[in-house]
Ligand binder design. Structure first.
Ligand code: AHR
Length: 508
């Protein structure tokens, strides 16, 4: 009897593993995964900049020139490749000259989009660009198109990047910076279909043409404001209005936020959720694949040589604000669910590396799906931090195209793919990242590796419960841990990916 049961178990196990298969295709491995896909976003919103990054030199919180030491160290360790600033909606209200020169002379403004708080402009262009240098990241500046002028934008570019003599560079030097900064990425407007001026697509595209012709620099990557979610009409009209002048933009943005409910008036809790909201969140995040494909099809029509890249410069989860936090500060908790969302999105972006050259999770500290949360002098690294750290191996690596057969994850009559995956190679190491969104069930996966490897090791981000998170002053519940992987048999490897987890396997 025992034997029969054992045989039955084995048969069930084999038939299950037959359903999940990842095949690596080394023959077509010739596309680089730009490191900027692992980018971040910082806005003058809530406690992202003030408190989260910048506390000022007089603060009791340990700091380096006003930047929190703990946050600087954590971000350096994370290898943040690019950081977008100053917004977001804030960018189209921001006049950069308010944020330079002696702090006591800088005017205050009201942050109209985010809580109506007073912005004293103590963190401006110098503070941001010096911060980027400190943490070793590329800056990505977002130009004010909604309420700014072409001249103002032109002056900013000259102030920041020129090494020639001019009134703007003289001003920069007077403010303490002799050498220009190296800024390659310039966003020309943000969400100009909404908070950035409520413009019609053809109107904005013409405004963009005007701005873009004066924003000049040798290796600049200028980003045109692209669509929200699946708004293909915006994409089509924008590209049509560019009228073959696609060279004016090296990138087009896409914004997509994952709401469990898809209802902006009641998005869902960031901490208090069961399997229904878990499933919906994962399902709603996977929709980005469909949006990407639709926008890329339109881009291919206007730009068959694929010169213009897609830059997902805002993405992440967006839940109801935490109780007792300020309206407009967008503070939410970050649980294992967010790590899964990150892993799934990053796999999707990697697999589109031929066209997606940048992505910026929103936002870096204390806002939405942040990698870091602070509370006074305390700081935690969130599950999303660890997802990014696990996936960092893909930065600037060569994408190995994969084909994935996956079981469905079913919940109350609906189903989504249980697994997602991507793979790359760098410095002789093959890295495979794989997510299992099923909250209960481990997934046996058969890997067809295409060649044999001597050494295989693994790492995992998971936790006991899907709602687990890292809290101030407590032991971490979600982090990176070692994951044991069995030996491969020739080109073949069988691994069971645990429930609600993201796994990295490294082969060489
Ligand atoms: O990230 C928060 C906001 O979301 C940004 O300011 C805006 O661009 C988007 O609507």
């Amino acid at each position: 009897m025992k034997r029969i049961i054992l045989a039955l178990c084995l048969a069930i196990n084999l038939s299950l593993s037959a359903q999940n298969k990842l095949t690596l295709n080394f023959d077509d491995a010739n596309i680089k995964i730009e490191k900027e896909i692992y980018g971040h976003f910082s806005e003058h919103l809530g406690t992202c900049i003030y408190e989260g990054i910048y506390v000022g030199e007089e603060s009791d919180i340990p700091n380096i020139n006003g930047y929190r030491t703990d946050v600087v160290e954590a971000l350096k360790e994370l290898k943040v490749p690019v950081l977008r600033w100053p917004g977001g909606c804030f960018a189209d209200t921001y006049h950069w000259k308010d944020g330079i020169g002696p702090k006591e002379d800088r005017p205050s403004i009201v942050n109209v989009f985010w809580g109506g708080v007073t912005e004293d402009n103590s963190f401006g262009t110098h503070e941001f660009l010096n911060f980027c240098e400190l943490i070793g990241t590329e800056p990505y500046l977002s130009i004010n198109v909604g309420s700014g002028t072409v001249q103002e934008a032109r002056d900013w570019v000259e102030y920041v990047t020129s090494s020639n003599e001019s009134p703007m560079t003289a001003l920069r030097k007077k403010n303490g910076r002799e050498e220009p900064w190296d800024v390659k990425f310039w966003g020309i407007g943000n969400e100009n279909w909404g908070c950035g001026g409520d413009m019609a697509p053809d109107y904005y595209a013409n405004v963009f043409r005007n701005f873009s012709s004066y924003i000049r620099g040798d290796d600049f990557q200028k980003v045109i404001c692209g669509p929200s979610e699946g708004d293909t009409n915006w994409t089509e009209k924008i590209l049509e209005t560019l009228d073959n002048k696609t060279y004016l933009a090296q990138g087009m943005s896409l914004h997509y936020y994952t709401l469990p409910t898809k209802d902006w008036s009641s998005k869902g809790s960031s901490t208090d959720f069961g399997e229904e909201m878990w499933f919906k969140t994962i399902k709603n995040t996977m929709v980005i694949e469909d949006y990407i494909q639709k926008h890329l099809a339109i881009m291919d029509k206007y730009d068959p040589e694929k010169k213009m890249k897609l830059m997902v410069d805002e993405w992440g989860t967006w839940y109801d604000k935490l109780p007792d936090t300020k309206e407009g500060f967008l503070q939410q908790q970050n649980t294992l669910r967010d790590a899964l969302v990150a892993g799934i999105n990053l796999n999707i972006f990697n697999n589109h590396a031929d066209r997606i050259s940048m992505a910026n999770v929103a936002q870096i500290v204390n806002v939405l799906q942040s990698v870091i949360r602070t509370n006074g002098a305390q700081m935690v690294k969130t599950p999303t931090y660890y997802a990014f750290q696990l996936y960092n191996v893909h930065q600037d690596a060569t994408l190995i195209p994969t084909s994935l057969e996956t079981e469905k994850y079913e919940f109350e009559g609906e189903s989504i793919p249980g697994l997602t995956a991507s793979a790359s190679e760098k410095d002789g190491v093959v890295n495979i990242t794989i997510t299992n969104a099923n909250p209960e069930k481990a997934m046996p996966v058969n890997f067809d590796l295409g060649k044999s490897f001597k050494n295989i090791s693994g790492k995992i981000v998971s936790a006991k419960n899907i709602t687990d998170y890292n809290d101030f002053g407590k032991n971490e519940q979600v982090m990176i841990q070692d994951f044991e992987v069995a030996k491969a048999k020739g080109n073949n490897l069988n691994v069971e990916i645990p429930a609600h987890s993201i796994v990295l396997m490294q082969l060489q």
